[in-house]
Design a protein. Structure first.
Length: 193
């Protein structure tokens, strides 16, 4: 049995239209906000060793890739990566970096577990709700994830995964990049200059 509050919260989430994230967030990929990646299994963030901004490592059934989160450019691609069996955490939660991340172990969040940051140091929060399970809605907020009031004030429904299963959603460790990964695509938002 649901409480009145739970019913109201569910109705609030169902009624919220998908909207763009507010400033300072902007899509990384252009002209579409997502890039298709079939068989996406998980993603992980790491800093660019040369420039310091976020890079995202994508693990899919078709291989591994590294994207620049400020430009959306694919920096490295390996269609046939060697399986890494030496990972002490578990071979599905980290993978060896490639391209600018070569030599590093990248933590991966997605189908096999793991997780991304749900908050930033300056107060942004990301929540995933499922008022019409199995579909997920990704909510971005500035009120600590409470989602009070109507959408568009202090919280925004920024992504609806009705087309493919959600793999993961969250912020990079720097809080400058926000990612939503499904089984078929990757959405990146940044607030980096």
């Amino acid at each position: 049995m649901f409480t009145d509050y739970e019913v109201q919260l569910r109705e609030r989430f169902l009624a919220a239209p998908v909207s763009p994230a507010p400033a300072p967030w902007r899509p990384v990929f252009h002209p579409r906000p997502t890039v298709p990646i079939g068989g996406l299994l998980g993603i992980g963030f790491a800093p660019d060793p040369a420039a310091g901004h976020d890079l995202v490592m994508v693990v899919s059934q078709g291989g591994h890739g590294v994207f620049d989160t400020t430009t959306g450019k694919l920096l490295a691609r390996d269609r046939d990566p060697d399986p890494d069996v030496s990972d002490p955490v578990g071979p599905l939660l980290t993978c060896p970096g490639l391209g600018p991340l070569a030599g590093a172990q990248i933590r991966i969040a997605g189908l096999h577990g793991g997780g991304l940051h749900a908050t930033t140091d300056d107060g942004w929060s990301l929540d995933v709700v499922s008022p019409d399970w199995p579909h997920h809605r990704v909510l971005l907020s500035t009120d600590g994830g409470l989602c009070h009031g109507p959408a568009g004030g202090v919280w925004w429904h920024i992504h609806h995964t009705s087309h493919a299963p959600l793999r993961t959603a969250g912020f990079s460790p720097t809080g400058q990049t926000l990612a939503v990964a499904t089984a078929t695509d990757l959405t990146l938002l940044t607030r980096a200059p």
